[in-house]
Design a protein around this ligand. Sequence first.
Ligand SMILES: Nc1ncnc2c1ncn2[C@@H]1O[C@H](COP(=O)(O)OP(=O)(O)OP(=O)(O)O)[C@@H](O)[C@H]1O
Length: 218
Amino acid sequence: MDEGLSAPVGAPYAVQLRGIWVRLGRDAVLRGLDLDVAVGEAVTLLGRNGAGKTTLLRLLASALSPVRGEGRLFGYDLRDRRSVREHVHLLGHELGLYPDLTPAENLTFALRMHGQPGDVAAALARVGLEQAAGRRVRFLSAGMKKRLMLARLLLLARPLTLVDEPFANLDADGRQLALEVLQEARQAGCTLIIAAHEPELSLQVAERAVLLDGGVVQ
Ligand SMILES: Nc1ncnc2c1ncn2[C@@H]1O[C@H](COP(=O)(O)OP(=O)(O)OP(=O)(O)O)[C@@H](O)[C@H]1O
């Protein structure tokens, strides 16, 4: 986990959001949200179901645009999607997984898309998926898919790495593995934002909790 993790020189903040509004369908999900995250900081994003955690992560990954407000990531304007995408990676749920490809094929493809080298077999072994490496992703259990997400994190962590629910669906060993992988990303220099419903776990990696409620940080 050492590729491309250095933040741009002179950027004290990985994230600066001011007055961000995001609308999904008829509802405003984020309602004037402000957030600062320093370079190298690890923050856990908490909030009830539907509070807007995934929406905020998608905004930061430049998969959604605000209808109002300003944002900068490492000093780049949030609207500069190319620069943002070079520095940010979002890992979550079944995002970016191709169900008809095997875990090994998925990881190889993801590395190729990012123009990055990486040891797919080692990453799969690390997350305990070597036996399932040749099975199609659609036939994996929810916990196995989560382990595949952790393998992607090992291979594709970026200066700002956004992780959506890394502990969900995992057994006790898997949760421990998730903690170790997140710690490694942190030690490699990543700024981390971790959306989770298990603050007792995520606060083992993050030094700060941010509670999302009513479309703003409380
Ligand atoms: N594509 C969409 N179209 C319309 N509304 C959406 C869409 N995606 C999410 N929403 C709504 O946006 C709100 C925030 O959803 P989001 O997934 O960001 O919440 P969350 O905090 O991540 O929840 P959870 O803890 O359940 O994962 C919810 O009310 C949800 O119904």
